[in-house]
Design a protein around this ligand. Structure first.
Ligand code: NCD
Length: 432
């Protein structure tokens, strides 16, 4: 059934104001438009229209940990956050390391129908770090996997990383690396290594453990002529390596999470496991470098690393609690607060780092498209003047490990459209 919606008076990218007619899944008209018969009207006075957001880094937990999140509940969280596509990480149980596993995630995403769910394929079988997974078969499957990652673990072996880069080059894929040298930051390392980790008695996770892997990987990307993507960049040193590699024309892209743009390591002083995340929260100097790098394009994208965890995995002594925090529902408000309100970025630049560039990195042809006539009607309406006090109990995610609980953030997502169909209106899901 064809749906027609007239979005009245939206400010496109925070700039000129126009009506948008969404029909048959595309933006059919932009301008001053009189209401067609039977059309739904969405009053967008004072709202900003951006292309639907694209998240390069989401953990949806299905299959295996449906007590923390499912593809359906994670899709709901994504839609509420203004997303129209997410990349679902491979560290599920079983791991997404075969064509069948990738197709299952893809099909469950389709069935949920709220965002496009694109499975990320594992680089190595079982995330074991040794044997390459079925990269080509996953790419040729119905799921069309183009992004590969062992996220949660680093592809630490340089030979394996080299082979993976060579392999994905053949079909234009990309390897997204969780950069953590295991000999410098092991599985128990859980706090930025520095004065605070010493005082708290927590095992340190030094920035250099990330930087040495990023430096190695950009050299491997140069050597192979292939594409590497740096997941959740967290240090000023990583920014320096990226800047240098890009100046040489090496094919490297990078993402930063909303939490690494705003939260700092001193939050760990209370041992609250909500703030335990991998890579760890860093000092203010790193946060400042990440903000500047996002603003100047050295870091290409914002990705949530939405990492839901059940209470019984998170509510433990700090060293024993699971790594990860929720991100999908709050990413845009955080970026608005940190980058837009401060004057570091315009809304058009937010669209670049949260929609068009991530879509391009992942090779998603129909997402992240500009708001133009004939383009797929994937878009989000944002109220830039809203302030929102985050309440973890109001989340549509199954989990509650929300580091923003009680904080006031600027801007809120009012509506999300996936191929012209509203998934969110008035800030609420259209389907319960
Ligand atoms: N980013 C996180 O803190 N957690 C991730 C994986 C990881 O440990 O990187 C998760 O899957 O929970």
């Amino acid at each position: 059934m064809s749906e027609t919606t007239l979005v009245k008076g939206a400010s496109l990218y925070g700039d000129r104001t126009a009506d948008l007619l969404l029909r048959d899944g595309v933006i059919a008209e932009i301008g001053s438009i009189s209401t067609p018969d039977g059309a739904r009207i969405v009053d967008a006075d004072g709202l900003i229209a951006l292309p639907g957001l694209v998240d390069l880094h989401t953990h949806l937990r299905e299959p295996g940990r449906e007590d923390a999140e499912t593809i359906l509940t994670g899709s709901r969280a994504a839609a509420v956050g203004g997303y129209t596509a997410v990349l679902a990480m491979a560290n599920t149980s079983p791991v997404t390391d075969t064509a069948e596993a990738a197709e299952r995630v893809h099909d469950l995403g389709r069935a949920a129908g709220l965002v496009d769910v694109h499975p990320v394929g594992a680089v190595t079988g079982g995330l074991g770090g040794e044997e390459l997974a079925e990269l080509g078969l996953m790419h040729r499957s119905r799921a069309r996997v183009s992004v590969f990652s062992d996220d949660g673990r680093c592809v630490a072996d340089a030979r394996v990383m080299r082979r993976a880069l060579e392999y994905v080059k053949a079909f234009g894929g990309v390897v997204s690396q969780h950069a953590q040298d295991p000999s410098l930051a092991g599985p128990t390392s859980c706090c930025h290594e520095g004065e605070l980790s010493g005082r708290l008695g927590l095992p340190g996770w030094p920035g250099i453990a990330e930087e040495v892997v990023v430096a190695r990987d950009v050299m491997l990307a140069r050597h192979t002529g292939s594409r590497v993507h740096v997941a959740h960049a967290s240090t000023a040193g990583t920014v320096e390596v990226l800047r240098w590699a890009k100046s040489l024309g090496i094919e490297v892209t990078a993402e930063v999470t909303p939490h690494h743009l705003l939260l700092t390591t001193d939050l760990l002083a209370g041992y609250d496991p909500t703030y335990k995340v991998n890579p760890p929260l860093r000092p203010q100097e790193d946060v400042d470098a990440l903000r500047a790098a996002l603003a100047d394009g050295t870091i290409d994208a914002v990705a949530t690393d939405h990492a839901p965890h059940a209470r019984h995995d998170k509510e433990h002594a700090f060293v024993d609690a699971a790594f990860g925090m929720l991100g999908l529902e709050t990413a845009l408000p955080v970026v608005a607060s940190v980058m837009v309100s401060s004057g570091l970025m315009t809304w058009a630049e937010v669209a670049r780092v949260m929609s068009s560039t991530p879509a391009a990195i992942a090779g998603l042809g129909s997402q992240g498209r500009p708001l133009e006539v004939g383009q797929p009607a994937n878009l989000v309406l944002v109220d830039p003047a809203a302030t929102l006090v985050v309440d973890r109990e109001r989340s549509v995610s199954l989990s509650r490990n929300n580091p923003w609980h009680g904080r006031t953030l600027g801007a809120s997502v009012v509506a999300t459209f996936l191929r012209g169909r509203p998934t969110v209106l008035g800030g609420e899901l259209t389907e319960p």
